[in-house]
Design a protein around this ligand. Sequence first.
Ligand code: PLP
Length: 455
Amino acid sequence: ALDAQALWQKDRDHFIHPFTDFSVFLEQGCDLITDSDGIYVQDAKGNRFIDGIAGLWCVNVGHGRAEIGQAMADQATRMAYFSTFNNLSNAPAAELAAKLAELAPAHLNHVFYSCGGSAANDATIRLVHYYFNRLGKPNKKRILSRNNAYHGTTYLAASLTGIESNNWAFDTLDHLVTHLSEANCYRRPEGMSEAEYCDHLVQEFENTIAEIGADNIAAFIAEPIMGAGGVLVAPEGYHKRMQAVCRAHDILLIADEVVTAFGRLGHVFASEAVFDTQPDIINCAKGLSSGYAPLGATLISDAIYEVLGTPQRKGGVLSTGFTYSGHPVSCAAALKNIEILERERICENVREVGPYLEQRLKTLSHHATVGDVRGSHFMMCLENVADKETRELLPVEARVGDRVAAEAQQRGLIIRPVGHLNIVSPPLIWTRETVDRVVAILDEAFTATTASLRK
Ligand code: PLP
């Protein structure tokens, strides 16, 4: 049995947790998650919770899949690791690359591996720079991203990230990145229709290109639905119009599908199936292996690959990559994960249960703090406000997101607080019955939160 007390002590004394408020952590200690199974996780005290965040937007096929564990063990025992640099390779990396090419939009047939989402975005920008250099356009360097985007925390990915509170203590690579406005329909300028708002955002993009010069811009990167920045769904037609602007100016479109790929919106990739766009590059991680092993992948168009990789364009070595690019154990996990996703028709489940989740979460709008319920399918968010009319926020010290999450956790459900928001991004195997249980818990959690705020 685990000695929970001893583990808590070791953790508190030695483990630096990511994205953690030390004052809160040192006071409260941590919650040791020790076991998991399907839609549930369990802590060291024996409390069982419904997982409402899929680990961290990633355990898409659910917890405790013995066959993924077995595939990883088999690969680790047979050949746990060897380099993929130069002309070395391994079977799972090759199989997975071919599988991803089959699943991705038709023009994306080439895969560059990394170890997670940040590293995938970072590597992507290096590939893009390499591409334009080989084309003889070395000035095309700048990347346009968006305020409140989340693209990770390596220095370059953190610079692409547009969440100010993440970066206040760090430098950002401002010579490489310019941020546009995010598409936030709930907080769009007053009096603007959604269609006008879309025009306004596209115009801002055009103006920025005119200012910086298309000759200096390499790419535009965007999440199809902005995740950690608040599950922001862009106005109808936004992505397609942004793509058209990119195409008109020889600017590559990069879709960061780290969260949206592998089923969260009901399709393996969301860009084409949901938003009718054909990005030049799609990045994925998280659901690619359902979090069973660290893995990221950058899917590259044939047109880009032709410049990067064909023998006709000799000269230069693609000097980027990681020791663990195409790690055999991670790729074996991803292959089994994708097999499960297909065999159990998990995207179909999301398409069936997702709209029900949206509809049931919207019934929580009558609670005093719930100003907006938004998102799509298994990517949802509740925005807490002080005043629904003015959309004014509660004071930060009220820690409303934390309160709601704590009330839910006491009742057996883990959801994610992000400032004044609460994010629901479950494993993709939730059923209608799970949704009903979750909404009943959230109903109580919001009632309790409202009562505690009035005290
Ligand atoms: N991109 C998006 C859209 C993400 O949501 C995340 C993580 O949440 C990342 C990139 C970074 O991924 P990782 O934490 O695996 O580096």
